[in-house]
Design a protein around this ligand. Structure first.
Ligand code: GLP
Length: 254
């Protein structure tokens, strides 16, 4: 894994945007895996700026989001559909026929999840998957204990994840109890992984993910097995790491 530590959240976000823009210029029909949460907001803002000011072109890009709450319609202001639209999609020039977000209102979860996996295959797999990390080491909504080989499916959210996310809802009761999420195995199939983490609130999770044992109790730790995984961190998120990291993604040394 390449660990890239930047002084601030802004610098980390800009570096991550530069990484994606570089891939996009080399492959205009990039298949991009996207994440929600507060962490990638700076990345999305910077990519929006690059589109506006530098003409970065997303017209041939296909996207697949990691997850969505069950029971929230796309127009709900806490749905991940709404989040993506407001924070990223409306600021760039995607072709909406190639945008994919799990459908939290589906009636047939198994059929939907199988279709989602198949659709990823139809586009040749995900080239770059953006990831955040939960305070408990989850990726997407793969909570501790998730099978490290899992595929897209419905998952029950843990109490801590519901508490972490309660700040976005009027009260904690409103936080959905279930989500549709890509599995750990689905994520590991992406050709490159771009894990982002910021702030001291993520320092323990990052320590476990980057330097801890590979365990289902910290699903993010599986990315140690990925051939092309990059962790982009600010220095607060990296504070508990003991290894010496001065990697740059441009060196591409594995
Ligand atoms: C949610 C999302 C994850 C995200 C995590 C962390 O649980 N399903 O994909 O990584 O939140 O969010 P934040 O970046 O706001 O800390």
């Amino acid at each position: 894994m390449l660990v890239i530590v930047k002084d601030s959240y802004e610098q980390m976000s800009k570096e991550a945007a530069r990484f994606i823009a570089d891939h996009l210029r080399k492959k205009p029909n990039l298949v991009l895996g996207l994440a929600t949460g507060s962490t990638p907001l700076g990345l999305y803002r910077e990519l929006g700026r690059m589109h506006r000011e530098e003409g970065l072109d997303f017209s041939k890009v296909t996207t697949f989001n990691l997850d969505e709450y069950v029971g929230l319609p796309p127009e709900h202001d806490q749905s991940y559909h709404y989040f993506m639209q407001e924070n990223f999609f409306k600021h760039i020039n995607l072709d909406h026929r190639y945008v994919h977000i799990p459908m939290g209102m589906t009636r047939d979860f198994d059929a939907f999840c199988a279709w989602y996996e198949q659709r990823i295959q139809e586009f040749g797999g995900i080239d770059v998957q953006v990831l955040g990390i939960g305070g408990n080491g989850h990726i997407a909504f793969n909570e501790p204990g998730s099978s490290l080989g899992s595929r897209t499916r419905i998952k029950t959210l843990t109490g801590t994840t519901r508490m972490d996310n309660a700040r976005f809802f009027r009260n904690s009761e409103e936080v959905p109890k279930f989500a549709i999420t890509m599995g750990v195995g689905t994520i590991m199939d992406a050709k490159e992984l771009l894990l982002l983490a910021t702030s001291s609130a993520k320092a323990n999770a990052i320590k476990a993910a980057v330097e801890g044992p590979i365990t289902a109790m910290c699903p993010a730790s599986i990315i140690q097995l990925h051939r092309k995984a990059y962790a982009f961190l600010d220095k607060d998120a990296a504070a508990k790491l003991t290894g010496l990291y001065n990697d740059t993604w441009e060196s591409r040394v594995f």
